[in-house]
Ligand binder design. Structure first.
Ligand code: SF4
Length: 450
């Protein structure tokens, strides 16, 4: 999109960060994109499309690239996935569309669907044409969306296409949730996330920033709007639970990623360890390397095969120089005001399969920075409040009708990590879209029965 941002806040990644966080998958040149698009077999019942949670018509958008119809290609993508630009960069395509590509059965490389999708979306942005959709005719109803991440963005855009008012309330100064603050910069730069959201604002989505919606306000939103969509994601990060885990030099991975993406952290000291075995731990470890650490080790309490991180992320980390230490767990933190070292113990499974400390296996690791990525708790604060007491939850997750996103409270819908416990951006987009269709149908039904 050309012209000034529609947001009252603007943010760009500092140049020293951009320089260190070059694209993990650089954009395709036009000729390469054309050749790659022509490699596609345009399969009937394409497995790549079925593997996409938003069911983008992959062969159709690729065929349009091959025929030079880039606006048509972008429209095909956006029709299914309004966050097609960020998903092109952030999706684990290796286990989704590209993982399902029939080329695997022909001993050939899968079609580079993610990079082709990015090619079409970049072309749309570069053309300055804006979104190929307009808001629908005013339907006379409006929805409050709590949380400004991918689920709410997707839901809001789909509501606006149906003429339903959509107002997003977000606790942060910038919209986008994990897309803006949590996806590694070498996958999705902060500025790219905001550029995409700028386009959504053209549909008439209203953004309220720096508003932390508490239980009281949520009840007010429930009374003031025709429906509420809850897209609050997960709750607080789990802490190490050791004395001293708030010392200077210890930080949780999500705060670390948000801080470097926003330019609050420009470099890190030499010796860094990351506790955890998921994709966030890997992202943080690679970021530490790129921010200048000389020695970065991931500490995980189980073995490589039990890590929840994707294997391609693990291999990427190895290529970046990250080291891994298996079957270890921090047991003590040493330092006065600042972290100096961490004491670890080796773990082994007992006969019942429980991890137990190995006797006399303790050892010390001198560190300048310790990052922990051991998961997030459920977002229970809101759900325990009076208004949402009537919303059924299970293990801290909001229970919804999977076809409509509707909760047990009829005017409250939900989607994203707060219902699925933490999945991919594209899953949140699919949830938001499904909920928008569910909300529209419910509002229509309400009017019919009124
Ligand atoms: Fe093209 Fe592969 Fe999808 Fe078939 S499965 S349509 S070859 S991208």
């Amino acid at each position: 999109m050309s012209g000034p941002s529609l947001f009252h806040h603007s943010a760009t990644t500092p140049p020293e960060i951009s320089a260190r966080f070059a694209d993990i998958h650089p954009p395709l040149e036009p000729q390469a994109a054309f050749l790659e698009a022509n490699r596609c077999l345009y399969c009937f019942d394409a497995p790549c499309a079925s593997a996409c949670p938003t069911h983008i018509d992959v062969p159709r958008f690729i065929k349009k690239i091959a025929s030079g119809n880039l606006p048509g290609s972008a429209r095909t993508i956006l029709d299914a996935n309004i966050l097609g630009a960020s998903c092109a960069r952030a999706c684990p395509v290796e286990v989704l569309c590209e993982g399902a590509c029939v080329m695997h059965h022909q001993a050939a490389a899968p079609i580079q669907i993610g990079r082709l999708q990015r090619f079409a979306m970049d072309a749309l942005h570069a053309s300055g044409a804006g979104l190929p959709f307009k808001a629908g005719a005013d339907a006379g109803s409006s929805v409050a969306l709590v949380g400004g991440g991918p689920a709410s963005l997707s839901c809001a855009a789909e509501l606006r296409r149906r003429g339903i008012g959509a107002e997003i309330y977000d606790a942060r100064p910038l919209p986008g949730g994990l897309n803006t603050y949590g996806v590694a910069e070498y996958k999705l730069p902060l500025a790219e996330s905001l550029r995409e959201i700028d386009m959504l604002a053209q549909l008439g989505v209203v953004f309220h920033y720096d508003v932390l919606v508490d239980a009281t306000m949520l009840a007010e939103l429930g009374r003031g709007y025709d429906a509420v969509f809850v897209g609050t994601g997960l709750g607080a990060v789990r802490r190490l639970g050791l004395q001293g885990d708030a010392l200077d030099g210890i930080i949780d991975a999500l705060a670390f990623i948000a801080a470097y993406k926003s330019g609050y952290i420009l470099t890190v000291p030499s010796r860094v360890a990351v506790v955890g075995g998921g994709n966030t731990a890997i992202d943080a470890a690679i970021a530490a390397v790129r921010l200048g650490a000389l020695d970065v080790t991931v500490l995980y309490r189980r073995g490589a095969e039990q890590m929840s991180a994707f294997s391609f992320e693990y291999e990427h980390a190895l290529r970046e120089g990250v080291k891994f230490r298996w079957n270890v767990q921090p047991v003590r933190i040493h330092g006065r005001e600042r972290l100096q070292s961490v004491e670890l113990v080796e773990l082994a499974s007992n006969k019942d399969g429980f991890l137990m400390p190995v006797e006399r296996s303790e050892f010390m690791l001198d560190l300048d920075l310790l990052i922990f990525a051991i998961g997030q708790t459920a977002h229970t604060g809101l759900f325990n409040a009076n208004y949402l007491n009537r919303v059924a939850t299970e293990d801290g997750r909001i229970l919804v009708n999977r076809a409509t996103g509707q909760t047990s409270l009829p005017n409250v819908f939900a989607g994203g990590d707060c219902i699925n416990g933490g999945r991919e951006v594209v899953d949140a987009v699919a949830d938001g879209k499904r909920a928008a269709i569910g909300i529209a149908a419910w509002l229509e039904g309400t009017r019919v029965h009124d």
